[in-house]
Design a protein around this ligand. Structure first.
Ligand SMILES: [Zn+2]
Length: 508
């Protein structure tokens, strides 16, 4: 027995000596630890039968075949819908959803069908530098811990390929979920920096509400959602046209009419769509479950999963939820002792309108309070209640100049930035420079380190910079809107001004 131990000991010693010696031989002295971009949902395409003649992209699907299929299936049953025959229409709709997405569903243990997966890529080159980051994509359906395991392996490979002992992680959206699972399981030994860009670290209300069947179509939210997205379109003419059209249709009541029709459809079909499509497909995906915030989580489980057939799946869901999402503040504070951490959240953009939480300020997808890990936020387009004072007095001012956000309650209040009018993961050179500072700086910097990067910043898309957040009048705010010089945006301003003028008249 002693002999075995001695042999083992010497093996351990040899391994302990030889590994660093080997690594030291090709150590890189460039001074910049390699960056891994932990990408967002949809970062790797999930295929059915990949590499065969029956290969089909399930997510994201090719748009045109999907639209063609939808049209060919849905169009013929429109007359049935108009005649109030919801069963016939429901059969077609549910059939379409299942044929398009059904193969994505996981089994009762949260595992995929063998013929459905996202082909994996591994680091093969040691190229690194600010222009050369390594892209980490993954199958969005699976347990974030599975991706954390692969991320760990890739980090080891990358360390060997580059001759650096640490890497830097830049996580975008769902990439933050994977990164949090990684930090929980593997700690910070291999990490120098973590950037979280618009990440649902504490979830996103749209997932929580949809998984609790809290489905609601709100006209104003839907309209504002569409209008907020218009500036990100690339064609100027289309922007103005869509804006004009959308607001004009609103003024004459078309949206209200369409939505009241939609309400009738929802009322008659919602249960079937949930039971026959949403629950059996999306309710089985731990990746989507990782977005469900804590205040919805247990209720969502009663709606979406079944203990008797999905015990293995539920173990995976609980494992992520209770060990990562619910403990996010602890994980971040623990990691913060050893690594540089930067959290970026967007705000004042209309969030997904199909749920009752449409008043939450957000980047359009992730609620600001969840991405910032704990900020107190006013409702969209509103301010904090009159007389509100900063929740935690830490000697710094953490209330935004527009009185919409209190950052003092964040997990890392000195390391969390808020960019007004930043649409989810939509960046420009200004973001690039900001992130570069995070990745190249030796030391952690804070919200009071650089005058040009205060805690609250106004996204300035035309100039690709950030401005100071101010309480602006309509005219002043308009000047900061994208494409100010553009004629069609003048039209947008004109419509807004006329509308608010008349609104003001009627109120008085
Ligand atoms: Zn290097």
């Amino acid at each position: 027995m002693k002999k075995i131990i001695a042999v083992l000991m010497s093996l351990v010693i040899i391994a302990g000596i030889s590994v660093p010696a080997f690594a030291a031989e090709k150590e890189c002295d460039c001074g910049f630890n390699p960056v891994i971009y932990v990408a967002a949902l949809g970062s790797a395409t999930v295929y059915e039968n990949p590499g065969t003649e029956n290969e089909k992209a399930l997510f994201r699907p090719d748009t045109m075949p999907l639209v063609e299929e939808a049209v060919s299936v849905i169009l013929p049953v429109i007359p049935a819908l108009i005649a109030g025959d919801f069963d016939t229409f429901g059969d077609a709709l549910i059939g379409f959803i299942n044929s398009a997405f059904g193969a994505l569903a996981l089994d009762g243990d949260g595992n995929s069908r063998e013929n459905v997966y996202a082909p994996e890529e591994y680091p093969v080159s040691g190229d690194h530098g600010i222009e050369h980051s390594y892209y980490f994509g993954y199958d969005f359906r699976l347990d974030p811990y599975e991706h954390a395991d692969r991320l760990y392996k890739d980090i080891q490979t990358l360390k060997e390929l580059t001759g650096h002992s640490k890497v830097q992680l830049k996580a975008s959206s769902m990439g933050g979920v994977v990164t949090m699972a990684y930090l929980e399981k593997y700690g910070t030994e291999d990490i120098e920096t973590v950037i979280f860009q618009n990440c649902p670290i504490k979830g996103t209300a749209v997932a929580g509400e949809l998984f609790c069947r809290k489905f609601e179509i709100n006209k104003d939210a839907l309209l504002n959602y569409a209008l907020d997205a218009i500036p990100s379109l690339e064609q100027d003419f289309l922007q103005g046209f869509l804006y004009g059209l959308a607001t004009a249709l609103d003024d004459v009541g078309v949206w209200s009419l369409l939505l009241s029709m939609a309400d009738v459809i929802v009322e008659n079909l919602l249960d079937r769509v949930y039971d026959e499509a949403l629950i059996p497909i999306f309710g089985t995906l731990p990746g989507i479950w990782s977005f469900v915030p804590d205040e919805y989580y247990e209720e969502a489980k009663t709606v979406m999963v079944d203990e008797s057939t999905q015990a293995g799946l539920i173990r995976k869901l609980d494992n992520y939820h209770y060990n990562v999402q619910k403990r996010a503040e602890d994980i971040l504070n623990e990691a913060n002792k050893d690594v540089k951490i930067y959290i970026v959240a967007g705000y004042d953009i209309q969030r997904t309108p199909l749920v009752t939480a449409y008043m939450n300020t957000s980047d359009g997808t992730v609620d600001t309070k969840y991405a910032s890990v704990g900020a107190v936020t006013a409702d969209i387009r509103d301010t904090l209640p009159e007389g509100y004072t900063q929740a935690i007095d830490d000697g710094h001012d953490h209330i935004s100049p527009d009185f919409m956000i209190d950052a003092s309650t964040c997990a890392l209040p000195e390391q969390t930035w808020f960019i007004k009018d930043m649409l989810h993961c939509t960046t420009h050179d200004g973001h690039g420079k900001f992130y570069e500072l995070m990745l190249t700086g030796e030391e952690q910097f804070y919200v009071d380190t650089y005058e040009e990067y205060p805690q609250f910043m106004q996204n300035n898309i035309p100039d690709m910079t950030f401005d100071k957040v101010e309480n602006l009048s309509a005219t002043e705010k308009f000047k900061k809107q994208p494409n100010f010089t553009n004629f069609v945006m003048m039209l947008r301003f004109f419509i807004d001004t006329v509308k608010s003028f008349f609104a003001g008249l009627f109120v008085k």
